[in-house]
Design a protein around this ligand. Structure first.
Ligand SMILES: [Zn+2]
Length: 343
């Protein structure tokens, strides 16, 4: 006999749409996060307390008051919306080893030769990935990055590591009564434990590559293998303050736990554009000046008498021209941009 259990929301009694992968199911009627996988939930699902909405708003006002970028438009800024979410993040302790092969170039007198190097390493880290793949949110991605820890971890249990990084509380301590008093909305996670393990391993491999491959080498081979020793689901508070100014809507995202800014998408102010345009013009001037050297006959005379330094003297104006053009191009692009993202 097959028993089909219909699960109901512990808060409002509405039927829940549950798949076997689910650990926490946020009720689509009232928003209460129901624990489904009881065993896992007790030990491995946490939430972090948030600062109140009023404090986030105070921090936003303080930013507007202090930041010189808002000079002259302060009274035109209108807060249109403030949203608080509990964002689900998968956190995992990944222990693994990697190896790589790369080339470095050694100079011997006038010749350069490539040397093949091998390197092996071990790594243990706490990595985080957003548990919502269907919705890309740069603020959530940035938040996940900020919670990660590298190197050797001093605690054995993931809950102790997490406790060290942030003030985690077991989600089972969030009773319907306490939940009702929260100002933040819980967001459902998109994928379960097995999928999370793969995503965390991928992330650990990326981290290993970033941290362990030496700079300016030609990487020929890289491999990282490891295991997710332990994993946890953490509901982390994230706030977004949306505001209108001069016909556009922008936002500042805050870490609800620390109150620190995570990401800001803000208008590029006119003085900043002027500044970019000036740098761009300087670039053009440098490029022009550098190229003009080649048209000067005394330059060629100097070059003829330069002896050993001739190559350098010949290349210098070209390098100057190149750098000047790059500067002009980079800053020229910035002038055209209307939105600035600050991390
Ligand atoms: Zn409900």
């Amino acid at each position: 006999m097959v028993i089909i259990e219909v699960l109901k929301c512990q808060h409002c009694g509405a039927p829940l749409d549950v798949t076997p992968e689910d650990i926490i199911v946020v009720c689509s009627y009232c928003g209460y996060p129901n624990a489904y996988d009881k065993v896992f939930t007790e030990e491995n699902v946490f939430f972090v307390e948030s600062l109140p909405k009023s404090e986030i708003l105070r921090r936003f006002r303080e930013r507007i008051a202090k930041d010189p970028d808002y000079k002259g438009i302060r009274d035109k800024i209108e807060v249109v919306r403030i949203e608080g979410f509990y964002v689900p993040l998968w956190a995992g302790v990944v222990k693994g080893r990697g190896n790589m092969r790369y080339l470095i170039y050694e100079k011997r007198g006038n010749s350069t030769r490539a040397v093949v190097k091998f390197k092996k390493f071990e790594m243990e880290s706490l990595v985080c990935v957003p548990a919502r793949r269907s919705v890309y949110d740069p603020a959530v991605e940035e938040l996940a990055l900020r919670l990660e820890r590298y190197g050797y971890l001093s605690f054995e249990k993931i809950k102790d590591i997490l406790r060290y990084v942030m003030d985690v509380k077991p989600i089972v301590s969030l009773t319907p009564e306490k939940w009702e008093s929260l100002e933040l909305t819980f967001l459902n996670s998109d994928f379960g434990k097995e999928h999370a393990k793969m995503a965390l391993l991928d992330r650990a491999s990326d981290v290993a590559k970033q941290r362990r491959v030496p700079e300016d080498v030609e990487l020929k081979f890289f491999k990282f293998e490891g295991d997710v020793k332990e994993l946890a689901l953490v509901f982390y508070p994230l706030w977004k303050v949306y505001y209108d100014v001069e016909g556009g809507t922008y936002f500042v995202a805050y870490d609800g736990h620390s109150g620190r800014e995570v990401l800001a998408v803000e208008p590029v102010r006119l003085w900043r554009k002027v500044h970019y345009a000036l740098v761009s013009l300087i670039g053009i001037a440098i490029a022009g000046f550098s190229l003009a050297v080649y048209g000067n006959s005394s330059y060629w005379e100097a070059l003829a008498n330069a002896g050993k330094g001739a190559t350098a003297l010949f290349l210098l104006p070209a390098v100057g021209a190149y750098l000047g053009f790059e500067l002009a191009r980079g800053y020229g692009k910035k002038v055209a941009r209307d939105v600035r993202v600050e991390k």
